[in-house]
Design a protein around this ligand. Structure first.
Ligand code: KG4
Ligand code: ZN
Length: 353
């Protein structure tokens, strides 16, 4: 039974997990602040974490119906993320570990996303627990698509990761957010672009798919951002400065289409050198219905399964994934940090274990 804390970015997230079962998943986001500034302001994120962390911890314990004496460990995100935000969760985790005499486990946020597909909801009484057969899943190709990352991670088994392709500039989620901002859609914009794109006219606009001539698994999203800016400026010039709702829908559809085509093409490259038994997907952009459909299509072509987290809430940042990653590591007898020396590692990559 683990209490997990993640303050890597803007969400203050606390969860209680038991193995891969989620007993509670509490979250506090200060969206009003981010919407006003059009993105995350590190200082404001830190203030939000400091002001809310204790209340979110209490909520997570209450929702799980457990007390401190039931807990066996505290898992906390050590990185990657914003240094001054990570510090808040780590400092509190250390205090609680001392106070309640339970060990700490440091977790990599991206490993949390990668393994979040394994999560299971609390089973109803009498329900059957689902068992995963790890031998059938790994080696797997991990697809990490979030606001900070676009990475293809060859996952030999839990704890053994090799990054075989990643973004050279913007992350895919970041690009959704920036294009959404240009379209006046608010923050975070991924979900809003997806909604607008549903009403878009297919073929009205076309974005170039990036890096087609480069035969590697690396992605690049900054070109799409520039293309979007040019396209929007062009429409505005014609329309005396104002985009209609239909224009926004048409640009959203064209942008989303190119962004996902690029992802799928590069993932296809990433999967060429070594065979895998499955595709495993995590990160906020995995909540996108079109992303899911295209990944399912690719997996079907390859004749392998693709796994997503069971709910969209588990795609975006949460602490349940941190508890689950911690639990899987302790199952393997690997615990990296159980002492008061634990410190944040803002640029910690998943392959640096
Ligand atoms: O994993 P996450 O919550 O935070 C990071 O660790 O970065 O991912 C947030 C990102 C944001 O960029 C957000 O716009 C994007 O995920 N996102 C989406 C969707 N839902 C969230 N992007 C596309 N379509 C969505 N439905
Ligand atoms: Zn994340």
């Amino acid at each position: 039974m683990i209490l997990a804390i993640d303050t890597s970015f803007d969400d203050t997230a606390v969860s209680v997990t038991n193995g891969i079962t989620i007993l509670s998943n509490a979250l506090s986001t200060d969206l009003s602040v981010h919407q006003e500034w059009g993105g995350v302001v590190p200082n404001l994120a830190r203030l939000h974490h400091t002001a809310n962390i204790d209340a979110v911890i209490d909520r997570a314990l209450r929702l799980a119906h457990i007390s401190w004496t039931d807990l066996e460990a505290i898992a906390v995100t050590k990185g990657p993320g914003l240094a001054i935000a990570l510090e808040v969760g780590i400092a509190r985790a250390k205090e609680l570990s001392l106070e309640h005499q339970i060990p700490l486990i440091a977790v990599n946020h991206m490993e949390g996303h990668l393994l979040s597909f394994l999560a299971r909801p609390k089973k109803k009484s009498g329900g059957k627990a689902l068992e995963w057969n790890m031998q059938e899943i790994f080696p797997a190709m991990g697809v990490l698509i979030s606001g900070g990352h676009t990475q293809f991670v060859y996952t030999k088994e839990i704890g053994s990761y090799a990054i075989v392709g990643e973004t050279q500039d913007d992350a895919i989620g970041e690009c959704f957010d920036k294009v959404g901002r240009m379209l006046g859609l608010g923050y975070p914009a991924g979900k809003l672009i997806e909604k607008m794109a549903e009403k878009g006219t297919p073929g009205k606009y076309l974005f170039p798919v990036p890096m087609r001539q480069v035969k590697t698994a690396d992605t690049s999203y900054s070109g799409l951002k520039t293309a979007a800016m040019r396209m929007i400026d062009g429409i505005k010039d014609e329309l005396w400065g104002k985009l209609s709702a239909q224009d926004i829908a048409d640009v959203s559809l064209a942008f989303q289409d190119a962004a996902i085509k690029h992802l799928i093409e590069k993932l296809t490259f990433a999967m060429q050198p070594k065979p895998v038994q499955s595709i495993i997907v995590g990160g906020g952009v995995a909540a996108n219905t079109v992303v899911r459909a295209r990944l399912r299509h690719l997996a079907k072509e390859k004749g392998i399964p693709v796994y997503f987290p069971y709910s969209k809430k588990l795609c975006t940042d949460n602490a349940a994934m941190i508890g689950i990653a911690a639990s899987l590591h302790t199952d393997q007898g690997k615990v990296w940090s159980d002492d008061q020396l634990l410190d944040r590692l803002p640029n910690w990559t998943i392959d640096q274990y």
